[in-house]
Structures are given as structure tokens and as C-alpha cells.
Design a protein around this ligand. Sequence first.
Ligand code: FMN
Length: 180
Amino acid sequence: MMEGLVVRVDVLEAIRSRRSARAFLDKDVSNEDVATLIDSARWAPSAGNIQPWELIIVKKEHVKRQLVDAAQQSFIIEAPVVIVVCANESRSSQGYGVRGKTLYCIQDTAAAIQNIHLTAFSLGLGTCWVGAFREEDVARVLKLPRGIRPVAIIPVGYPAESPRPRRRRPVNQIIHYETF
Ligand SMILES: Cc1cc2nc3c(=O)[nH]c(=O)nc-3n(C[C@H](O)[C@H](O)[C@H](O)COP(=O)(O)O)c2cc1C
């Protein structure tokens, strides 16, 4: 009972305290920590347990530089590791047709991405969900086969800044009882 309570508080604390990091220290991330991030992604829920995520781990400077170009976001280069999370549209469409391809595989992948962010936070690492990029350029740079769609570029490193929390919409603006 007590154990359950402790875990719940930790998760809430991570959810509330995580911030997007857009500047990183010149300090490596261990392979063990990268493995932990990848493992956390695997445990995300997915429609029909299809697990349509594909993760590309990028450490080479020249590949990172091309991702910077594709996203036009220079801070990506500062991160020692960049994880690009992709949705395997083919896997999801085999199970669920158009809904699988256009909706479930994005939802499943987003859940895996959020796991990575929260796990990184718990390890003292900073991350940012970079979603603004030219998809065709990322696909070309990473040699993604057809049906593999890049969803997020996640720079991972030790944060060099402590950003203030950004405003959240208050509960009374987002909640609707019974009907909209
Ligand atoms: C789908 C999505 C796309 C995003 N794209 C970018 C991006 O391209 N570049 C960036 O710096 N931040 C990006 N962000 C991060 C948001 O700006 C950030 O999460 C939001 O402002 C709240 O701040 P916080 O993460 O520090 O709480 C993205 C977040 C999401 C969920």
C-alpha cells in the first residue's frame, strides 16, 4: 500500500517538473541510460499491442547536423544523443487499416515518446520533443523505408538551463462534465 503511494507521487512529480531542455552540457550520456530510455519506450501502451514504434539512435556529428538542417533547430547539435522516434504505419495498418495508419500508430508512438521524456527526467537528463521538421529530409537522412514516419526528434543530454514552467490552461477551462 505504502509502496504504491510512493510510486504515484514520483510519477506525478516527474510529470509536473519535467521541462523541455534546449541547451545541453558537454557531457556524455551513458549507454546504460540510453538503454533505459529505450526500454521505457517499449512499455508504452499500444492499440492491440502492435507496438508500431521504431527508434533511431543518433550520435554521429554529421547525422545530427543533417537533423539540425531538417528541423532548422540548432540546439539539437548540442545533445550527445538524439533519439528519433518513428511510427511504423505498415504494422498498424495491417492490424487496423486506415485508422491504424492515421491515428493509432501516432498515438502509440506519442505514448512511447512521453515515456522517454519522463524516464530521462528521472535519470537527471534533459530532453525536448522536437516535432517541427521536414519529414522528407529526416526520412532521407535516416534512410527510413516507406511506411516508417518520423514523429519526434528527441535530443537527450544533461540540461544546461532550468527553464521556468510554461503556463498550463486551468482545469476549469479544459474540463467538461457529461457533454462538451
Ligand atoms: C508535438 C510537439 C511538438 C513540439 N515541437 C517542438 C519543436 O519543434 N521545437 C521545440 O523547441 N519544442 C517543441 N515542442 C516542445 C513544446 O514547445 C513544449 O513541450 C511546451 O512549450 C511546454 O513546455 P515544457 O515541455 O517545458 O513543459 C513540441 C512539443 C510537442 C508535444
